[in-house]
Design a protein around this ligand. Structure first.
Ligand code: ATP
Ligand code: MG
Length: 416
């Protein structure tokens, strides 16, 4: 037997309605916010992610699915959605079109991580990117999209916001961080020793217990923001308050990717512990330029679909019931089954959710099956029905029956 690769999951036919529900909420929220869907390739040139996600990030240093294709090009399966969306924005000259460009995506993403609950090697993201608007009102809007999505899914979360400033603030802060961490260098984990040299900000993001302890006493970025960045952060807070969105300032949030500037935020589930971060995002004004475009401000976020579903299942949140067939057409014998088959086809072409027997089951077994698949009505076709053109339709919930002529069947069931 060939097994599924480690860290991947099948979405089974019995489960997929949950995904469709979540994706449906993503789409309907996006529509209300005037976000249009973008679909970019599953793989891109490796260099896009090296530059777009950042050479010093965990994603690029350890987690990418990179391979040479037959043309000897280095190809990487997308580990996130922003870099591809940004590449497309530049490549398609969207900067010289009407701004802002507001987009969303639903995409698979690939990261070579140690699989565990809520952490997979192929997972899925709903993401939003808004290009071309620099004001903090747009940061607030991105946060509002995520907030509406989580509310729509019935997920209880806490919103943490922070500002990690611009390159100017960050240079000063990195210096302060290095001064703080220097005496602790020996106690830091292997990765943090590299972070210390290459990207001190990332020291604050380490999940190792030992490093976390040291981090607790580290200086915080908010004390190092320049005037413009501080004002931007103040405006963001005003807009969030005006929108009635509760938040907590958490100066420890730095986000895992390199391209963020100023606003960063995370939504963390209040009902599950591990892997509780369901959604993360922020502003990345330097990204488009980093990828070779003109300087264009941008803000966005991504939410992991598996994590959203995990939280929904663990908290019993409002997952709807799966839709079941309106009618099951049972046939007494071979001739009647044939009539059930053609009537079923007729009903379907009229738009009715209908099902019939494909297993040559007895009439009793057909009833049992109809019940199992949750059919709302069962219609039995026997010799009499074939002759009269009228069938008996039983409502499975009430047990009541009605006579319905074949020719009126589609109107009858469309109304149900
Ligand atoms: P984490 O801190 O959990 O590793 P991250 O900072 O790497 O998250 P992002 O790159 O911001 O995550 O991705 C956005 C969202 O995608 C996360 O909030 C999470 O819901 C989801 N996500 C990230 N990595 C995985 C994974 N390996 N498996 C499942 N979902 C993931
Ligand atoms: Mg990660």
């Amino acid at each position: 037997m060939i097994n599924i690769p480690k860290g991947t999951k099948d979405v089974l036919p019995s489960e997929s309605y949950k995904w469709q529900f979540v994706e449906g909420v993503c789409r309907s929220v996006s529509k209300r916010f005037h976000l249009k869907e973008i679909r970019t390739p599953t793989f891109e040139h490796t260099e896009l992610f090296q530059r777009g996600v950042g050479e010093t990030t965990d994603v690029v240093t350890k987690e990418m699915y990179t391979f040479k294709d037959k043309g000897d090009r280095s190809i990487t399966l997308k580990p996130e959605g922003t870099a591809g969306a940004a590449r497309s924005f530049i490549e398609n000259g969207m900067a010289s079109g009407v701004l802002p460009v507001k987009m969303f995506y639903l995409t698979p993403a690939f990261r070579y991580e140690r699989p565990q609950a809520g952490r997979l090697r192929e997972f899925h993201q709903f993401g939003v990117e808004i290009f071309g608007a620099k004001g903090a009102d747009t940061d607030a809007e991105a946060i509002m999209v995520a907030d509406s999505l989580l509310k729509g899914l019935g997920i209880k979360v806490k919103l943490y916001v922070n500002s990690i400033g611009c390159p100017t603030c960050r240079a000063r802060f990195n210096k302060a961080l290095k001064e703080f961490f220097a005496p602790h260098l020996d106690e830091l984990c292997y990765d943090c020793k590299t972070r210390f040299e290459k990207n001190p900000l990332r020291l604050l993001d380490c999940k190792e217990e030992g490093c976390k302890k040291i981090n607790a006493g580290a200086p915080t970025i908010l004390e190092y923001l320049c005037e413009e960045c501080a004002a931007h952060f103040e405006t963001l807070k005003e807009y969030l308050t005006a929108a009635g969105i509760e938040y907590e300032i958490n100066p420890r949030i730095v986000r895992g990717l390199d391209y963020y500037t100023r606003t960063v935020f995370e939504f963390v589930s209040t009902s599950i512990g591990a892997q509780g971060t369901v959604c993360g995002g922020g502003r990345y004004d330097g990204l488009i330029e980093e990828l070779g475009g003109n300087s264009v401000p941008a803000v966005g976020f991504a939410a992991g679909i598996e994590r959203l579903l995990m939280v929904m299942e663990q908290t019993g949140s409002a997952l709807p019931e799966e839709e079941t067939p309106t009618v099951y057409l049972a046939g007494m014998d071979a001739a009647c089954r044939k009539k059930a088959f053609t009537l079923c086809a007729f009903l379907r072409s009229a738009g009715v959710y209908a099902e019939t027997d494909h297993m040559e089951r007895s009439i009793k077994a057909q009833f049992k099956y109809a019940d199992k698949i949750g059919a709302k009505y069962v219609a039995v076709i026997g010799g009499n029905e074939l002759e009269s053109g009228v069938m008996n339709v039983k409502c499975m919930a009430t047990g009541e029956s009605e006579s319905v002529a074949f020719e009126n069947a589609s109107a009858y069931f469309l109304e149900k």
